[in-house]
Design a protein around this ligand. Structure first.
Ligand code: NAG
Length: 115
């Protein structure tokens, strides 16, 4: 075996060892936490979600104005950790609910005579 081949094998072995330790760390979830930004950020986010998510859940079905506003508030919780994997889904909801709120004119309002 040439020295260069031995070195290559050693590098490959090192890379394998590194990827196995990093995947083990991701699996434990203690270091990065749920958000990926650490357990302290996790608890900030979860206490923020405690109020904002409850308000979002309290919106009447198809009350797009409410859902747009409250999902926007839920998104502010993730300002502490923009890379939180949960953020993306809420952002999609915010966009679609806010679009619906803009598109949908409430019947009571549209039936009001113009002044
Ligand atoms: C939520 O959607 C509205 C309307 O598209 C947008 O103006 C607002 O910036 C969004 N909120 C966030 C935090 O992205």
């Amino acid at each position: 075996m040439h020295a260069s081949q031995a070195l290559l094998l050693a590098v490959a072995g090192l890379a394998a060892a590194q990827s196995s330790t990093s995947s083990a760390a991701a699996g434990t979830s203690s270091a990065a936490g749920t958000s990926g930004c650490g357990t302290q950020i996790d608890s900030i986010i979860s206490s923020c979600l405690g109020t904002t998510q409850a308000q979002l859940d309290a919106c009447a079905t198809n009350d797009w104005d409410c859902m747009c506003e409250q999902s926007n508030n839920v998104l502010t919780c993730y300002n502490n950790c923009m890379s939180d994997p949960r953020r993306n889904g809420v952002e999609q909801q915010n966009v679609s609910w806010c679009n619906a709120a803009k598109a949908y004119v409430r019947p009571q309002l549209s039936n009001q005579p113009e002044l």
